[in-house]
Ligand binder design. Structure first.
Ligand code: HEC
Length: 229
C-alpha cells in the first residue's frame, strides 16, 4: 500500500510539474501533446498582416468588382441572380409581402422535371420516400413523423410554400438552401407536384391502355386464369 501511495504522489508531482496548476498564468506556450493543426500559416479575415501597406489581411475589393454567379432564366423571359435575395424567384415570396408565390417562376419542362426527380431522389427520398408518402427508409430507424407530400395540407399549399419549406426547413426538417441551388429547389417543387398528381389524377387523364379493366372483364380474366391451373 505504501508503494502505491508513493507512486500516486510521484505521478501527481510529475503531472503538476509538467502541466502546472489549473488557472496558473504562464507566458510559455501551452503543452501540446497532439497539435492537431491548431496553428496554421494562414490568415483569418480580420487578422492584421504586415505584408500589405494597409496592414489588413483581407484586401478591399477592387472598384467595379462584379459578384460571380450565373443568372437563372425565368419563365417570363427575365433573368435573376441568386444574390437578389428579395426577388420572388429567390425568396419564394411575392414582392413586398409575406405571401408565398403561387406558381413556379421557372419554365416547367421535361428537363426541369428530370432535374427535380434526380434531386428529390438524392435529398428527399430517405425521409419522404420515393412516392412522397413519408415512408422513407428513416422510418425503419425510428423517425416516423415524416409528413406525406400527399397530405391535403401540403397539396393545397402554393408552389412558393413548398419552395420555402425546402429552402428554410419546417419543424424538425432542416432547410436545403446550402445544398440545393435555387433551380434545384424549384425543380423539386415541380417533381413534388407530379408525385401529388399521380394520386389526384382521374382515369380520363391516363392513356386508355393503362385503364383498370371493367369489372366483368376483370372477373372473366381471373376465372380464365383459375381455369388454367
Ligand atoms: C431528415 C428527414 C427529411 C428530409 C431529408 C426531408 N424532409 Fe421534408 N419533412 C420531414 C419532416 C419530419 C417533416 C414534418 C415537419 C414538421 O411538421 O415538423 C417534413 C415536412 C415536409 C413538408 C411539409 C411541410 C408542411 O408545411 O407541413 C414538405 C413539403 C417537405 N417536407 C418537403 C421535403 C422535400 C422537397 C425534401 C427534399 C429536398 C425534404 N422534405 C427532405 C423530414 C424530412
Amino acid at each position: 500500500m505504501r508503494y502505491v501511495l508513493i507512486g500516486i504522489a510521484m505521478m501527481v508531482f510529475l503531472v503538476v510539474s509538467l502541466a502546472g496548476f489549473r488557472g496558473d498564468i504562464s507566458l510559455k506556450p501551452p503543452l501540446e501533446v497532439f497539435a492537431d493543426m491548431d496553428r496554421q500559416p494562414k490568415l483569418r479575415p480580420m487578422e492584421p498582416n504586415s505584408f500589405f501597406a494597409n496592414g489588413m489581411s483581407s484586401q478591399p475589393l477592387v472598384n467595379g468588382t462584379v459578384r460571380r454567379s450565373n443568372p437563372i432564366a425565368l419563365a417570363d423571359g427575365t433573368d435573376v441572380y441568386p444574390f437578389e435575395t428579395k426577388h420572388p424567384a429567390v425568396s419564394g415570396l411575392q414582392t413586398g409581402t409575406t405571401n408565398a408565390v403561387a406558381t413556379i417562376p421557372l419554365e416547367v419542362n421535361m428537363e426541369l422535371m428530370e432535374r427535380g426527380r434526380e434531386k428529390y431522389t438524392i435529398s428527399c427520398v430517405p425521409c419522404h420516400g420515393g412516392q412522397g408518402d413519408g415512408n422513407g427508409v428513416v422510418k425503419y430507424f425510428g423517425i416516423s413523423a415524416v409528413k406525406s407530400l400527399h397530405d391535403p395540407d401540403v397539396v393545397k399549399q402554393s408552389d412558393g410554400d413548398i419552395y420555402r419549406t425546402i429552402t428554410l426547413g419546417k419543424g424538425v426538417m432542416w432547410g436545403y438552401a446550402n445544398t440545393l441551388s435555387i433551380e434545384d429547389r424549384w425543380a423539386i417543387v415541380a417533381y413534388a407536384r407530379a408525385l401529388q398528381l399521380s394520386r389526384l389524377g382521374t382515369e380520363d387523364e391516363v392513356p386508355v391502355r393503362f385503364h383498370v379493366k371493367e369489372t366483368e372483364e376483370a372477373e372473366a380474366s381471373v376465372t380464365s386464369e383459375e381455369g388454367q391451373e
